[in-house]
Design a protein around this ligand. Sequence first.
Ligand SMILES: [Zn+2]
Length: 282
Amino acid sequence: MPDYIDIHAHVNFAAFDADRDEVIRKTLEHKTWMINVGTQKDTSLAAVELAHKYEKGVYAIIGTHPIHTHSSFHDTEELGEGGKEFTSHGESFDYDFYLKLARDPKVVGIGECGLDYYRLTPETEKKQKETFEQHIVLAQEIEKPLMLHIRNGSSNGEAGRAYKDALQMLKAHQGLRGNVHFFAGTWEEAKEFVDLGFTLSFTGVITFASNYDEVIKNIPLTMIMSETDCPYVTPKPYRGKRNEPLYVREVVKRIAAIKNLSDEEVREVIRNTAMKSFGLES
Ligand SMILES: [Zn+2]
């Protein structure tokens, strides 16, 4: 049984090319497990292949990130320099490819999928919604939980719109399960997801910004999970370094402090929620 589980990591990304296995071995030695999340076909496949290198403690989630439904900016942390590794090319969701991959026992969820309105045109919004809908159908068919990525737009009138649209789409289906990764909405939106049975996960952002303290205080501890979203958003006291799954403990500690509970209790409850949500066996 691990102490901690980083339920949303990207050790499958190019940022870990030089020392991937070393990072994973060190993480597992410290009783910390991880789920690597895909963002398009190649990074999803890489997450599954990586999971198979370890007997246990490394799992995969597969799908198409909403920004990769159209050709997006090229993130070298994710895809490598100049496209020598992976390239962002705008993918149409290949249902059969993902269905086959989703049957793999190391695959514990579908995503990251959802809506990202940060850089948006009417055309890309339509494509994002269609793609998200296909992930929902796949999650139902394969009976695995969804890993949601939802990001609001930054302009006037965009406040909360991505969260509202996502909730509306999810409510049109019965019996869905899942987690909202990197939750950045309001308490009212958080409550709606929790009422639907969705958990929320938080990153290292909560160690250096207090924007989400109210949400964390209010939602039941049993509906919270911990993640790093590494290589991004490194928690305190490691700011300035590349993030990695081992640092998920800083997120758990901060949740305990915000909720005014013991580190031990929070660690156990959050670990148990992740084991159960993703069907992990110790
Ligand atoms: Zn991610």
